[in-house]
Design a protein around this ligand. Structure first.
Ligand code: NAG
Ligand code: NAG
Ligand code: NAG
Length: 374
């Protein structure tokens, strides 16, 4: 029979263990301003998965318009865009002693105006940036000792236009990311209704344009895209038409399904924003609606690639520009840009469906959600 001493030690170690695994740091990117209630930079929240609650930890670092942030694969550095006319990529060290604190390293030009998206390769040697205003994409090397960014080594100017008189008079690169082989990068251009494919040379950090694929329909406004893990499909969210196009990827990109992110009976104005897979199972895919103010949940047929809508959940705010699922797969956090709140939902890992927890944190104009361990 166990003595009480042993039970006591056992209980203590369980508590320590659960304290370590149940709390996650979440970085929030935002638009900043000079007013007293405006955001001042990147913020850190704590997600306690046992309660579950979301609380503000601290202002991580003061920086201008960090509308998109990226955690380095080593979890030692964080990169933020500075979304302004003279765009920049800003590098920070993640403070290992003060939870949530970021220490500035350096910054470099993003090679364009209005940078809005960042990604990296698995080795963390390069950061990719898309500049919305200019329609340019660039690759910056990461110094493996300091984590700082170097002057860009890869660059491309996208061109063209499409039918929307307000949003599509010139190229507007909205994302750039490597495919799973890391041989090629894809970039969605909202302004010209095109997807650019580049060969990426990791030896010298350059990009070589290979193919340009048309969006499924004129006026789609391609925004973000993701690959499934065996990379036979690309899922592209179209901001202007509030649709997702499922494309085959190899050997050529061809649309196989177009599905709305909105309920059939919704007639208001809407722009679609973020798209992600569930991090634990690619059976579920999530997309956000700015206007309908919801997250749409889809199941994924892994053979055909097809999506089936199973839920719309209200985001308890306005303009869900971005959202992300916790590394555990159990929680989804939404950044509502126009209601200035960050809202916590639970994810049912069997059905994929979302439920509100009632926990939220006020942050002015939040635009990006990233977990420290992802
Ligand atoms: C981006 O646009 C600005 C004007 O808004 C211009 O000054 C700059 O040269 C452009 N940069 C690139 C890389 O095209
Ligand atoms: C980068 O490396 C590739 C592969 O070795 C080479 O083909 C290309 O010319 C290089 N580009 C530059 C600008 O050095
Ligand atoms: C749309 O349909 C849903 C479900 O049938 C219903 O709950 C909702 O009220 C309807 N919305 C509008 C705007 O008609």
């Amino acid at each position: 029979m166990l003595s009480w001493d042993w039970i006591f030690i056992f209980t203590i170690s369980l508590n320590i263990w659960s304290a370590q695994v149940s709390s996650t740091i979440v970085y929030i990117g935002a638009y900043t301003g000079d007013g007293p209630t405006d955001s001042k930079g990147v913020y850190a929240l704590e997600l306690d998965e046992t309660k579950p609650t979301l609380t503000l930890l601290r202002l991580s670092a003061v920086t201008s318009n960090p509308s998109y942030v990226l955690v380095h694969p080593s979890h030692k550095y964080l990169y933020a865009v500075s979304e302004q006319d003279n765009g920049a990529v800003v590098a920070f060290q993640i403070d290992s002693t003060v939870p949530g604190r970021l220490i500035p390293i350096n910054q470099q030009t993003s090679a364009g105006s209005g940078p809005c998206y960042l990604s990296t390769n698995k080795a963390g040697t390069h950061v990719f940036v898309a500049n919305y205003n200019n329609g340019t994409v660039a690759v910056l090397p990461i110094d493996q000792t300091s984590g700082g960014v170097g002057q860009y080594t890869g660059f491309d100017q996208q061109t063209g236009s499409s039918i929307d008189p307000d949003r599509q008079t010139s190229a507007h690169a909205h994302c750039i990311l490597l495919d799973r082989t890391e041989q090629f990068a894809l970039s969605a251009d909202l302004g010209s209704d095109q997807i650019y494919q580049y060969k990426f040379f990791s030896n010298n950090g350059t990009l070589l344009r290979k193919t340009v694929t048309k969006a499924a329909r004129l006026g789609d406004g391609p925004r973000h895209l993701i690959f499934n893990s065996n990379q036979n499909f690309v899922y592209l969210i179209n901001e202007l038409k509030s649709t997702i196009t499922v494309f085959t990827y190899f050997p050529i990109m061809q649309p196989v399904q177009i599905i709305s992110t909105l309920p059939q009976n919704f007639t208001g104005s809407n722009t679609a924003a973020e798209i992600i897979f569930h991090p634990k199972t690619e059976n579920f895919l999530y997309a956000s609606n700015r206007g309908h103010n919801s997250v749409a949940v889809f199941t994924v047929d892994s053979t055909t690639g097809y999506l089936t809508l199973i839920q719309h959940i209200n985001v308890q705010g306005l303009t869900p520009r971005n959202f992300n699922i916790s590394p555990s797969g159990k929680f989804l956090i939404v950044a509502n840009q126009d209601s200035n709140n960050i809202v916590l939902f639970t994810v049912d890992q069997t059905t994929g469906k979302l439920t509100a927890t009632g926990s939220s944190v006020p942050i002015s104009k939040p635009t990006c959600v990233k977990y420290l361990e992802q």
